[in-house]
Design a protein around this ligand. Sequence first.
Ligand SMILES: [Zn+2]
Length: 201
Amino acid sequence: MTEKKERVISLFTEAGAKLIEGIKLLDPSLEDDENFIRTDERFAKGFFELIEGTGATGEELDVTFKEGRYDEMITVGPICVVTVCPHHLLPVIMSIHVGYIPKEKVVGLSKLVRVARRLAHRAVLQEKLTRDIVDEITNKLRARGAICFIKAWHACMFSRGVKEMTPVTTSAVTGIFLTEPTAKDEFFKLLEQTKNSSILS
Ligand SMILES: [Zn+2]
C-alpha cells in the first residue's frame, strides 16, 4: 500500500468510527454490540474502493494497435460501476455505454472498460464524468469521435429527499457524433439492442 493510500484509509477509518459513535449515541443499547467490531476498518476499505480512481493517472489507452482503415463504430457497455456523488458521498449505481469511431488507433475493448471504471470511481458529478470519458478517448486515440451515455441511480435521490427510484441520464459527444446525426442514431440503436444484457439496462 502506498503511503498516501495508507493515510487515506486511516482518515476513512476515523470517519467510520465517528459514524458508529453517532449511531451508538442514538441507541446506547448498541454500545457493546459485537457487530460493530472493526466496522470502521471495513467502512474505510469499502469506501476507498468506491473512489479508488481519484487522482489516478491512466495509461490504458497508451497501448494501441493500428488497424488498417477500420472506421466503423466500436461500442462497449453496459459497464456497471458503483461510485459516490460529490454532494452527499452516497452511492451511485451506474450503467455506462461508450462508443467511438477510430481514425488510425484502435484499443482492446477491455481498455475502454478500464478507462470508464477509473474515471467513474471518483466522487465526480455525473455530467462531468460523461464529458471526461469522451474527452479522454478522443484525445488519447485521436478518434474521429466519441460518445458516452450514462444511466445512473443516485442513493441521494432514491434513499432520501424525493425518494424516487428514477434514473438520471447524461450523454456527451465529440467529433463526428456532433456533426453526423446518423452516427449518434446508430449508437443509440446499438444501445437498444443490449437492453436486456444487464440488470441495469
Ligand atoms: Zn448526491
